[in-house]
Design a protein. Structure first.
Ligand code: OGA
Ligand code: MN
Length: 305
């Protein structure tokens, strides 16, 4: 066992992990301690790590199989490693990158697929002098602090998640956006999920939801706004201020996050992300919904296509 130290950074989420060099192979005892800390704190921060793409991939694989990012436009992936999504506001091939404004509304990674990511490992390569923080919300607490009556209502509710609700997507290259939409038709997920490792329930909400099944647009918008405001209450949030070399690992099964655009956009911000593959399919394509559901959704889906 190494000298691994875990220091909480926030009440709702976040802990720093020091005394470990992520380039070295992880032994079983440390892997277990990290996993336990991850389940407890949802977001782990490993400061001062300088990993090559290959080293990041090897470390990430300790926590599950990596997504090959087939849901993403290929131009946004690392040329040699499709396990790495490159979030950059620098030009790519002389053109604006497809990820220059990624993550700008509250979301859970890959919720627009039938099998959302288990987690993600994001490594900071370059950052602006100030700003460009990322906020994470604890969705267990969000669920647990709702009234029993509201929880009961939500238990049976399903939501339509839609890639076209990514904030700022209209500012991206239209060909790339068309590709993203083709790869990711709208999907339906339950609003309450059970974490496969902790057994705890969490509220699966965010700003990439178009509405709820069997609920009118008007009702959906009010309910969604209420749930998102609740879930992202400051008390439930950990805000990370990045340093180059930070590697963050978050549990996507019980949290959501947002990347703030509050920085000088002429300064580079570059992050490499590995996504841990979801372990279970929790969603289904909206087009495969039962006919009764489909009637309810026609309005919503019409707005999508
Ligand atoms: C992500 C993401 C946040 C950031 O990589 O999934 O949302 O701060 N990024 O870049
Ligand atoms: Mn994200």
């Amino acid at each position: 066992m190494s000298t691994l130290t875990i220091t909480p950074l926030g009440f709702a989420a976040g802990a720093e992990v020091t005394g470990i060099d992520l380039r070295k192979p992880l032994d079983a005892a440390d892997r277990l301690r990290i996993n336990e800390a991850w389940l407890r704190h949802l977001v782990l921060v490993f400061p001062r790590q300088e990993l090559t793409p290959q080293e990041q991939i090897v470390f990430a694989r300790n926590f599950g199989a990596l997504d090959q990012h087939e849901s993403q436009a290929p131009q946004t992936l690392h040329a040699d490693h499709h396990e790495i999504l490159v979030l950059t506001n620098k030009l790519v091939g002389g053109k604006q990158s497809g990820t220059h404004n990624s993550g700008r509304n509250w979301h859970t990674d890959l919720s627009y697929t039938t099998c959302p990511a288990k987690g993600a490992l994001l490594h900071c390569k370059e950052k602006p002098p100030v700003g460009g923080d990322t906020m994470f919300a604890n969705l267990y607490i969000a669920y647990e602090t709702l009234s029993p009556t509201m929880r009961k209502l939500l238990e049976s509710l399903e939501a339509l998640h839609d890639v076209s609700l990514i904030r700022g997507i209209e500012q991206r290259d239209p060909a790339l956006v068309a590709d993203m939409k083709r790869r990711n038709p709208p999907v339906i997920h339950p609003v309450v999920r059970v974490h496969p490792e902790t057994g705890r329930k969490s509220l699966f909400v965010g700003q990439r939801i178009r509405g709820f099944l069997g609920v009118s647009d008007e009702e959906s918008q009010s309910l969604l706004a209420m749930l998102n405001a609740h879930a992202t209450s400051p008390e439930f949030v950990y805000r990370h201020r990045w340093s180059v070399g930070d590697l963050l690992m978050w549990d996507n099964r019980c949290s959501c996050h947002v990347a703030l655009g509050d920085f000088d956009q002429t300064k580079p911000r570059v992050m490499y992300r590995c996504s841990l593959q979801g372990q279970e399919v929790t969603g289904r394509f909206a087009t495969e919904a039962a006919a009764a559901d489909r009637d309810q959704m026609l309005q919503a889906v019409a707005a999508v296509s």
